[in-house]
Design a protein. Structure first.
Length: 202
């Protein structure tokens, strides 16, 4: 018997078989042991210095706020300065610095790393979250559209990592986070540019 709010079977990425609702609930259940592990992991985040791109909305914004609320020092970057200002206002005082600019602009990418050095000193985590997509038949899209989607989702993250390496090398246990998409593994129609960019990133 299947639950009305859970499909009778579904595929979980990384699973070797179809996962039933009961198995899924068991995997996701927050037991006291798992809660203790989560608390321990969260406590280890305090003091980390993190650069987050795409910090004005979506996953990037949520990540920046979550890290700030756990004691991290964050530099959040995005195009929209007004939304970055709102992010700072919602975070614990002094936890988030911001730098507004377009990640497809090479000049901004250089300034962003200088801003990270100034605001954070040693960079422990470099998280590239910013993304952009396009919807429609690939044959009808322009070269400019393809170039923009590739620049935001592939070229800018790769260049960000390259520019941040000197800052990351100064940390004892640095990490690089590149946010992908299931569409990089399983493409969908009308999302050709985005699927290609995320597949290349992985």
């Amino acid at each position: 018997m299947s639950s009305p709010d859970v499909p009778p079977s579904l595929f979980v990425v990384g699973a070797s078989h179809q996962t039933t609702p009961i198995e899924l609930r068991e995997q996701l259940a927050l037991t006291p042991e798992k809660l203790a592990q989560l608390h321990d992991a969260a406590s280890r985040l305090a003091g980390l210095r993190v650069l987050v791109t795409g910090g004005s909305s979506g996953v990037g914004r949520a990540l920046a706020l979550s890290l700030a609320n756990r004691g991290c020092r964050v530099l959040a970057t995005a195009r929209r300065s007004d939304r970055l200002a709102t992010l700072v206002a919602e975070a614990p005082p002094g936890s988030i610095a911001v730098e507004a600019g377009d990640s497809t602009d090479a000049g901004f990418r250089a300034r962003r790393c200088a801003a990270a050095a100034a605001a954070l000193g040693v960079l422990v985590v470099c998280a590239s979250v910013a993304g952009s997509g396009a919807v429609g038949p690939f044959r009808d899209a322009s070269a400019e559209t393809l170039g923009h989607v590739m620049a935001v989702n592939l070229l800018a993250p790769v260049d960000l990592v390259r520019r941040c390496l000197p800052l990351l090398e100064a940390a004892s246990d640095p990490a690089i986070v590149l946010v992908g998409s299931i569409l990089g593994h399983h493409p969908l129609p009308w999302h050709g540019e985005y699927c290609a960019a995320k597949a290349a990133l992985r």
